[in-house]
Design a protein around this ligand. Structure first.
Ligand SMILES: [Zn+2]
Length: 136
């Protein structure tokens, strides 16, 4: 068993990295930051227009907080400053996102939740209530 441990962790390292809770936190931050771009890209390709899903802001928030914890532990002031304030726009975007979601209208025909600016249901084509303005 000791021989195997030395094979997997030569010099106490795995993949050339001396692992600690702080390294794990730093890599989780990297994972969150990378994943948010993949999700945003996927959402944009799927709709064929630029889309920023709510999960993007949650991953941004968690990734930047993980990086901030990592940077604080390392006492790296350049790194700390880079992640000290970006939680502010992330939280602001989450608040605006949730207000936008609240403004959605439920279709009287099929019950689908429709975006606030829509006049007709995208699913069944029924006219949405309270949408008289600017309708030809
Ligand atoms: Zn409908």
């Amino acid at each position: 068993m000791d021989w195997l441990t030395h094979q997997i962790f030569p010099g106490g390292k795995f993949l050339g990295v001396a692992w600690s809770i702080w390294v794990v936190i730093g890599w989780l931050g990297n994972a969150a930051f990378s994943l948010r771009f993949l999700i945003q890209w996927y959402a944009t390709e799927k709709k064929k227009r630029v889309v920023v899903p709510t999960i993007f802001w949650w991953l941004s928030l968690s990734g930047s907080l993980l990086f901030l914890i990592y940077a604080l532990q390392r006492r790296d002031w350049v790194f700390i400053f880079a992640y000290a304030f970006n939680w502010i726009p992330y939280i602001r975007n989450l608040i605006i996102h949730s207000r936008h979601e609240d403004a959605h209208v439920d279709c009287p025909g099929c019950g689908k939740s429709c975006p606030p600016e829509s006049n007709f249901c995208a699913s069944c084509g029924a006219k949405l209530p309270g949408r008289e303005r600017g309708v030809a």
